[in-house]
Design a protein around this ligand. Structure first.
Ligand code: FS2
Ligand code: SF4
Length: 510
């Protein structure tokens, strides 16, 4: 196997003997076969809705920590072969077969961006929103990674990938808000109730909605975990009184948190970590998520909801969760809510009460070096507001950072895809201050990345014109020195360094 798609890849070069994430070599190889087959499919056929959705779901399955079930990947591969049909095209080769490291790097940057787009496109599709332009690009870009394109042609596709990422995140934003209402500022409990519970993790809001509906008379509570926290902000989800609170933290602490939860756990997407005995008999997957030997809740058929009765029945036999903490988290600052506060925000900037906004969105991870993000958040001076989205927020969303007037110093817009909301806010602030360039706002970016959705988010921010973004805790291993140099020279992209020095530099607009 060879995999270097995530931030935790071995020695920041590549996993070869097994994944740091727990992915086995056989599963990694099967995923590579699936990606190669998708390239053949893209070289052979034009996407209709069926093919487009198939391709994005296949890409989604190969994202870090989404699906460890080799049998499911193998079944997807077989289907990809059927859909491709007989082909005279040369079989695309593996990642390392390309000898030019810059071309290889650009192909992988593009593939990772596509995987992120694919995850968001699937969530939108689950809510009935699809865009043919997204599928067309996914096919064109997949095909391009299997052709002999120049570095210039690949760079153009990487930039287009950023534009398509913006389009896809906007589509998902529309799907989420159109279905569940506009996020509202909400205080979410972090303690536990007395009833048994089901813990829902991942990003798929429709799964949560159907579970809430099916469990409302069952005498149990539903808790969110990690990236599902923002579900509490949506009117059509928060209206369920048994959506009790958020339990635990970001994905990488699931071993101890799932053990302590005592009840069933539903993984709707990534991030899954290798399943432990302490909760093995009460964890389920659904959608594109999978894990060998773990029950999988089947897809919807003929427009009917998924059947969560087995999880609900199991929950009723379990003890209530063991408390981990007892406080609250405030969130729901997606673009609509922040823009409703726009007058206050603009006045606070003009009076000097707000000196700077720092976007600290993205992913969390288990490495000690990620304490950098907590250090930056706590080291930022009082006149700064942190705009966040994604599971990166757990590094600072429970710190007592206070408010500026009635504006909290950490504004959580939602899941990683809601980074789109942060970009909308920034672009609106540019208008409010009548600036010709968004980079003249008192705004810095300090982005934490882990998996491929963060790559799509990064490309989206670059496409929207944001410059001088810090990315950490390390730059992606798939960026060759040559490609990293192009990104630094063209967009000012730089790696995070030491927390205090970075904080001071950001306060000076550097
Ligand atoms: Fe966090 Fe994991 Fe959101 Fe990423 S729960 S790192 O997949 O997508 O963010
Ligand atoms: Fe390694 Fe990350 Fe790939 Fe897992 S997803 S095998 S940790 S590079």
């Amino acid at each position: 196997m060879f995999c270097f798609q995530c931030q935790e890849t071995a020695k920041n070069t590549g996993c070869t003997l097994g994944g740091v994430c727990g992915k086995k070599p056989e599963t990694a190889n099967r995923m590579d076969e699936l990606i190669r087959q998708l390239k053949l499919l893209a070289l052979t056929r034009k996407p209709d809705r069926e093919l487009g959705l198939f391709a994005v779901q296949s890409l989604f399955m190969t994202i870090t920590n989404a699906n460890f079930d080799e049998a499911r990947i193998a079944a997807q591969l077989e289907r990809a072969k059927e859909l491709t049909g007989p082909t005279a095209a040369r079989a695309p080769l593996g990642v390392l077969s390309c000898e030019n490291e810059d071309i290889r790097s650009l192909r992988e940057l593009l593939t990772c961006g596509l995987k992120g787009i694919a995850a968001y496109a699937d969530h939108a599709a689950m809510l009935g929103r699809e865009d043919d332009a997204v599928y067309e690009f996914v096919f064109r870009a997949l095909a391009a990674t299997a052709q002999e394109l120049s570095a210039g042609e690949l760079i153009a596709l990487v930039l287009e990938c950023g534009n398509i990422a913006v389009k896809t995140m906007a589509l998902l934003d529309e799907a989420n808000t159109g279905t569940y209402g506009k996020p509202q500022v909400t205080r979410v409990k972090t303690g536990v109730g007395k009833r048994p519970g089901i813990l829902v993790s991942g990003h798929d809001l429709r799964d949560l909605k159907e579970l809430l509906e099916q469990s409302k008379e069952a005498g149990i509570d539903i808790y969110t975990h990690s990236e599902m926290l923002p579900a509490h902000y949506y009117p059509e989800l928060k209206k369920y009184p048994h959506l009790y609170g958020n339990y635990g933290n970001a994905w990488h602490r699931q071993n101890s948190e799932f053990a302590a939860f005592n009840g069933p756990i539903l993984m709707t997407t990534n991030c899954i970590t290798p399943v432990q005995e302490s909760y093995r008999n009460r964890i389920f997957t659904t959608g594109m998520a999978g894990y060998p030997g773990i029950p999988h809740i089947a897809d919807r058929k003929d427009g009917c909801p998924k059947d969560f009765s087995a999880i609900i029945a199991l929950a009723r036999t379990c003890p209530p969760p063991t408390p981990l903490e007892d406080g609250t988290i405030v969130g729901g600052f997606a673009h609509d809510q922040v823009l409703a506060l726009a007058d206050k925000v603009v006045a606070a900037v003009k009076s000097g009460a707000i000196k700077r906004f720092v976007v600290m969105a993205g992913c969390d991870g288990r490495q000690k070096t990620r304490e950098y993000f907590t250090d930056v958040a706590s080291g930022l001076p009082e006149g700064t507001v942190i705009l966040t989205a994604g599971c990166a927020k757990y590094r600072y969303n429970k710190l007592p950072l206070g408010d500026i007037g009635d504006i909290p110093r950490v504004l959580d817009a939602g899941q990683c895809n809601d980074s789109y909301s942060l970009a909308v806010i920034a672009l609106k602030l540019r208008e409010a201050f009548d600036l010709d360039d968004v980079n003249r706002l008192p705004l810095s970016f300090d982005i934490a990345w882990y998996e491929q959705k963060a790559v799509a988010v990064l490309l989206a921010l670059l496409a929207l014109g944001f410059r001088n973004i810090r990315l950490g805790p390390t730059l992606p291993a798939f960026l060759s020195p040559g490609v990293a140099k192009i990104l630094a020279e063209t967009f000012g992209l730089k790696p995070t360094a030491e927390a205090k020095a970075d904080t001071e530099a950001m306060m000076q607009g550097k």
